[in-house]
Design a protein around this ligand. Structure first.
Ligand code: CAA
Length: 379
């Protein structure tokens, strides 16, 4: 791995850290408590270019590399994991797929609005009966003249409740299995599209996770993304990029918990001095620091591989797998170091503990990441 931070990377880190410390961190506990989305900060992310960070400059994006992207996600996640995942979904699951598979007209029409944050996007793959088995899509899309008619229900969709545009996956030819799935660009104003139940979650409570309902939803044929039958590949390719973002998010949560634990250990006095002088605590701190460093390097490695233009499926899965398990390990030890105080909502480690948990689940459970890695190793 040849990782050298450029001046642009350092500028990116400083810009995002300033924003995160000034505007994002102060709101994090309240958003979590109330289960509210940080709409103002989402707008600011748009103005700062973060919602189109990796999108091409010709469509108004920043054209930044993936290292810049993971730096930004990590910094935001340290302050608020919810705010960070809004940025990650927009860049990787929405903009990246549109950039790679969209027609010139689709990019002009949608990408230019998404990169500024004027429009927010969502990615609707998951269904009640199609989670890890993403190919088991029940949502159907039937061609009717110049339209496709979509019917079905998606659920657990991040940003779903307020997204202006959604990349929706649906079966166009059931007999072809995963090769019969197609992707569509659906605007929230299309007739037959509605938002259903909004989930009440354990963590990342500053995000909206909703059910999306399609009832004879008429989507213009020109809104087919890629070719008919290409949808499953589009989803997998977008998820490869997404998993790097989840890895970076996990590193950010772990880093925040780690810093809180170190600070606490240095100031909390027991047995006549700070608990940081006790080996029981030092060993935990050493393990946390080492795992975070390893996780961060795996995330950077996946980002470099993506920017090299080579397939990065394995590296992204490894980064997501290791970083999310590291985050779980670190938040657990950080809470333990805090003792009873860590269990109380007054201390942010309680939120980090809950926020970390989803990183082992979304954008592919870690069991699926292990399958993906094994498949890549053995093929
Ligand atoms: N890149 C390109 N092509 C890929 C690919 C990739 N990463 N992964 C699979 N494909 C292709 C295969 O090459 C194959 O192509 P052919 O038909 O031409 O041979 C096709 O896709 C089918 O592949 P598989 O046979 O491997 O598919 P599968 O059904 O056995 O399983 C899986 C694949 C890895 C289990 C997949 O279903 C998967 O990733 N599941 C997890 C789904 C997931 O991550 N869901 C998260 C939802 S989104 C979310 O959480 C977002 C949010 O809101 C924040």
């Amino acid at each position: 791995m040849d990782l050298k931070f450029t001046e642009e990377h350092e500028m990116m880190r400083k810009m995002v850290r300033d924003f995160a410390e000034k505007d994002v961190a102060p709101l994090a506990a309240e958003l979590d408590e109330k289960g509210e989305v940080p709409f103002e900060n989402i707008k600011t992310m748009g103005r700062l270019g973060l919602l189109g960070l990796t999108a091409p400059e010709e469509y108004g994006g920043c054209g930044a590399d993936t290292i810049s992207y993971v730096i930004a996600i990590e910094e935001l996640s340290k302050a608020c994991a919810s705010t960070a995942i809004v940025m990650a979904v927009q860049n990787s699951l929405v903009n990246y797929g549109l950039t790679k598979f969209g027609t010139e007209e689709q990019k002009q029409k949608y990408l230019t609005k998404l990169v500024t944050g004027e429009w927010i996007g969502a990615f609707a793959l998951t269904e009640p009966g199609a989670g890890s088995d993403a190919a088991a899509q029940r949502t159907t899309a039937v061609r009717d003249g110049d339209f496709y008619v979509l019917n079905g229900t998606k659920h657990f969709i991040t940003n779903g409740g307020f997204a202006d545009v959604v990349i929706v996956f649906a079966m166009t030819d059931k007999s072809r299995g995963s090769r019969g799935i197609s992707a569509f660009i659906v605007e929230k104003t299309f007739p037959g599209f509605s938002v259903g139940k909004e989930e009440n979650k354990m963590g990342i409570r500053g995000t909206n996770t909703s059910e999306l309902i399609f009832e004879d939803c008429r989507v213009p044929a020109e809104n087919l993304l890629g070719k008919e039958g290409q949808g499953f590949k589009i989803a997998m390719i977008a998820l490869d990029a997404g998993r790097i973002g989840v890895g970076a998010q996990a590193v950010g949560i772990a880093q925040a918990a780690f810093e809180a634990a170190v600070e606490y250990a240095k100031t909390r006095e027991q047995f006549g001095g700070p608990i940081s002088r006790l080996q029981a605590i030092q060993w935990m701190i050493a393990d946390m620091a080492t795992r975070i460093e390893a996780a961060r390097l795996l995330v950077y490695n996946a980002a470099l591989k993506k920017d090299s233009g080579e397939r990065f499926t394995k590296e992204a899965a490894m980064a997501k797998l290791y970083a999310s398990e590291t985050a779980d390990f670190v938040v657990d030890r950080a809470l333990q170091i805090h003792g009873g105080y860590g269990y109380m909502k007054e201390y942010p480690v309680e939120r980090y503990y809950r926020d970390a948990r989803i990183t082992r689940i979304y954008e592919g459970t870690n069991e699926i990441q292990r399958l993906v890695i094994a498949h890549q190793v053995l093929r």
